[in-house]
Ligand binder design. Sequence first.
Ligand code: DGJ
Length: 797
Amino acid sequence: MITVTGTVFQLDTAHTSYLFEARGGLLQQLYYGPRIKTHDAEPLREKTAAGYGSEVVYKAAEKPLSLDSRPLEFSPKNKGDYRLPAFSARTGQGFTADLVYEGFRVEEALPAPEGLPAPHGGDGCLIVTLKTADGLEVELLYGVFEQADVIARSLRVVNRTKAPLELLRAMSFQLDLPGCGYTLATLDGAWARERHVTEHRLAPGAVVFGSRTGASSNRTNPFFMVYEDGAGEFAGRVYGCNLVYSGSFEGAAEVSPLGSTRIMEGVQSDGFCWPLAPGERFEAPWAVLTCSDAGKNGMSQNMHRFVKEHILPPAFAHKLRPVLLNNWEATYFDFNERRLLRLAREAAALGVELFVLDDGWFGARDSDSAGLGDYEVNRKKLPSGLDGLGDKVRALGLGFGLWMEPEMVNEDSGLYRAHPDWAVKAPGVEPGRGRNQLVLDLCRREVRDYIVENVVRTVKTAGAAYVKWDMNRHVSDNYSPALDEQGRFAHRFVQGLYEIFRRVTEACPDVLFEGCASGGDRFDLGVLCYMPQIWTSDDTDAYERQLIQTGTSYGYPPCVMAAHVSASPNHQASRPSPLEARFDVAAFGLLGYELDLTVASAAEKKAMKEQIAWYKAHRQVLQQGDFYRLKSLFGPDDTRGLTARETQWITVAPDKSEAVAGEFMGLLVPSSAKPPMRLYGLHPDRLYEISVRREVINIKTFGSLINQILPFRVNADGLLMHTASGVYMLPCEEEHYTAWGDLLMRAGLRFKQSFTGTGYNDDVRLMPDFSGRLYALKAGAGALRAEKESKNEQSTN
Ligand code: DGJ
């Protein structure tokens, strides 16, 4: 709800309030946090009677008002606020821009910034205008999303002066928080190690983060959080911020010398220069803010709701996603139709629903050094074409999906030979190559048209139900002959990308698109506005995925994270992990398989078939439930080294009738007492039946210890053991409990004793390094009966 009282602006969502006021020409921040009732704004106002020492007084006529110590929504430039600015422009007055409050208006819908996506839905948009005396205008936009507890912010700069100007910095928002007892947490990493949580305890000075790679990047994600000292997963005040943008961006958190904290985020200003002729405007991407006093999980819940309800394409937001098999790590470039169909047949027999043909199906694409840019199917590999292969796959009862990398070109390709000038390169400079490829210049209309026409035609020819849209290098050598000013390149490039996304997805409305960029190099809200899911990381190692999926979950719900079961040892981390653990972690995302099923043993296939059946039975809650982190590997070791560090997650149906909890081992600690697993998000007064998913354990796990169980001796590395493990696996322990939600959340579940080398039987829980377990919870028929009985008992007592 947007309420304007005089010049006090109050934006209320279901559980938060955001207040600021126009005073002395300035927009002064009053409060952002859990919802409050306001009688008047006075208690919220920063009181100043005298300036601090060397401060600069903003306006002599006003009270001694120094900008440097004010909590501001937006700061005039070069007027005595020495903190990081959200805005900078070069005008006839140099870098000085005395932007003062002019007025406001309220609009119903959030406008989409030029060439960029906008969140959909929402409960109104407040637009506040600031102006300089000579007509430079800045509009601050505030979108309200009541049920998601989100305030979206954006900024527009309009040149209403008579002279041209250059915009040099235009953050989507600036927010001044009171005090300085905060920690900033960013999601950082690299290829195959995306979105690990980094905590920066804020101190005087600025922490500046972001990307210059042309994409939102695997280095630092646009999502970040800031929390008060003492905040944890379940309690404490936490602010979450994100940007609806897929290009180079910048974020910062600064503690001022006077001990207040400023945060901001927007397009990357390094290399940014946006000339505005009189009458022209620049529109910054939408930023997204939320706040919760229920800790990081509370904040994540808001972000997850917001992504599902206001970012994802509505047609897919609540649609269950198919279990897929992707051929990439099974074959890489080395396949033909016969090999693919063998894989597809195996997949269909296991219950897989979609077969995805990855890289290598077109042009001379037998390695990563040729073919990108071309769309002609490689008839040597696929003699019956994409349509022929698609039909054969569909005849097996599977959907057919296709990989593409439309933004790129190899120099060894028909496209490059025809249009060498379509690749991004600066005149007279040898361009940098990444994965042997160049980037297509998306600032050029003819390039965008070529991509759209070819992608749409190919998708239709193949009858593809799914497309994996890849992008495998950073952008460099930023230059486009289509631009009057190269300082526009990074932003125009992203606008070009969104135009392509929009045209392609509009032309193929029923196709499920999955964003991808060398795994998770472009995992952001901008992509999610068009593509309802993203390949989370190329790294599918069960242990590394605990970290990656935990980190990602701070800002994004499981229903956007594609997660595959791949081979062991893992191709990226070279780490071995149990097949069942690889499934357990992947089950908390959008499940797929990416390994050579034709060489899987009978026991492995049986296990995978059971995994898929189990996933389908719990798919609704796994993909659409409310997700909470119970324990994570990030942060200090609170076990004193005495018990294993683990990851624990739970996802709960919105009506709390069912849930799935997962536990994932880091490194095992021998002879350690395991604390109970405390759950979260359940209904305290409902009775749940809990059962462990009956996993199987590869008998090779025991090594030569197996000789203590068997009546005869075997060589642990020998052929007999290998053959036996291929046909037989041991069932894991059986555990089944019935318990009230309050018990599960307050006391927690104690599991069977962990195996520590002193005997193995049905009462022992064998969880070696990197292993996992899943528990299904159901407030089912038996549980409901018990609930009624307990209620009757209580009423007769
Ligand atoms: C990078 C992706 O992340 C992989 O999954 C795979 O599609 C390769 N590209 C193919 O080149």
